[in-house]
Design a binder for this molecule. Structure first.
Ligand SMILES: NC(=O)c1ccc[n+]([C@@H]2O[C@H](COP(=O)([O-])OP(=O)(O)OC[C@H]3O[C@@H](n4cnc5c(N)ncnc54)[C@H](O)[C@@H]3O)[C@@H](O)[C@H]2O)c1
Length: 334
């Protein structure tokens, strides 16, 4: 199978290495607006490169992986759909709700499969928690706690086009809360702060945020996000029920120091980036995309799934700006 990859920045270069190592991928061709970066990665990995995404698609590929900066997703996803090429697209599908809605319509009217990159769905811990909820192992679930704490901010130029902390970062939590609980989020109350670099507030963004979400069965969720967690990359979920509590992300890499005397948990080492934290999940995700591209399985995460997570992020932004509770049905669904 010949796979094309657009965007060779932080996640794109990492995905290129994973794709190159998959048995099902015989050939990889990479492209980037920064042609020198694409050429240099191609040389380093011993794969092909194309000068433009148009040239990449014209050369014939069995699957397209979009890992460009977020504003590049929408035009490339359209190109992939028009060319009839199964497409993997990094989250978020687009920077705005309007574009996300349009792409959801286009994708649902097309036979071409699209797989959106919410890699937590492939993490063993989240899968185990989902099974426990599904099997009733925790009794009735009443509370969920979700954290996404990045160790350090991305480069300053990333922030203005990222869509903001909720659309760029907490969107992973919104998706995985739906995946684990099987419930939809119906309302949010969100707030944020900028205590770090000023480039966040200059982009009308925040570097730290909190939200209270309500699910459609009444379960309450508290959510926390930050770009500044010097202790390490810390992504966790706790599901609390009448018969038990299950935690995802609680192992020896946990980026927390216990204040209890004599306690040496966690023993470390910690994760310092999302690449380390989710290494096996990213591999499983791209293995699954190769199966989607070969037609042997349906997309495990559709544009419509991504739209539902995006609506929650949009509601959080409205809530943060207007300082009020926002129902998700205030945010357009079609
Ligand atoms: N799933 C995850 O865990 C995860 C983690 C990090 C980033 N992401 C997503 O991946 C995307 C890329 O993030 P990043 O951190 O790698 O960003 P980055 O800024 O490091 O890299 C982006 C790359 O895209 C290239 N590019 C921009 N527009 C392009 C276009 N139209 N065609 C071709 N190349 C183009 C840039 O030149 C750059 O090399 C973002 O949408 C981000 O939300 C997902």
């Amino acid at each position: 199978m010949r796979i094309g990859l657009a965007g060779v920045g932080r996640i794109g270069a990492f995905h290129a290495e994973t794709l190159r190592s998959l048995d099902t991928v015989d050939e990889l061709v990479v492209t980037d607006l920064d042609t020198a970066a694409a050429r240099s990665l191609a040389e380093r990995l011993g794969v092909a490169h194309a000068e433009t995404s148009e040239a990449l698609l014209a050369g014939g590929v069995d699957g397209l992986v979009i890992a460009t900066a977020t504003p590049g997703h929408s035009p490339l996803l359209r190109q992939g759909l028009e060319a009839g090429v199964p497409t993997f697209c990094e989250k978020p599908v687009a920077s705005t709700l309007e574009e996300t809605l349009e792409l959801a319509k286009l994708a649902s009217a097309s036979d071409v499969p699209v797989h959106i990159g919410f890699q937590r769905r492939f993490d063993q811990g989240y899968q185990r928690a989902r099974q426990a909820v599904h099997d009733g192992e925790l009794g009735f679930v009443h509370t969920v706690r979700a954290n996404t704490h990045d160790q350090a901010p991305p480069h300053a130029t990333y922030i203005p086009t990222s869509g903001g902390l909720f659309r760029d970062c907490s969107i992973h939590d919104f998706d995985i809360i739906r995946f684990v609980t099987g419930q939809e989020i119906v309302s949010v109350y969100a707030t944020g702060a900028n205590k770090g670099a000023s480039f966040f507030s200059e982009a009308d963004d925040v570097d730290t945020a909190a939200a209270v979400l309500t699910l459609d069965d009444g379960t309450l969720v508290t959510l926390s996000a930050t770009r500044y967690n010097g202790a390490g990359h810390d992504v966790r979920l706790e599901v609390i029920g009448s018969d038990g509590t299950m935690g995802v992300g609680y192992d020896d890499s946990l980026a927390v120091t216990s204040a209890q005397e004599g306690v040496d948990f966690p023993k470390g080492p910690r994760h310092w980036s999302f690449m380390e934290r989710f290494l096996p999940a990213y591999r499983s995700e791209l293995t699954a995309f190769a199966e989607v591209a070969s037609g042997s399985r349906p997309s495990p995460c559709t544009v419509d799934d991504a739209l539902q997570a995006f609506r929650v992020a949009e509601a959080c932004e409205i809530s943060r700006h207007e300082d009020r509770m926002v129902r998700i049905d205030e945010v357009a669904a079609t």
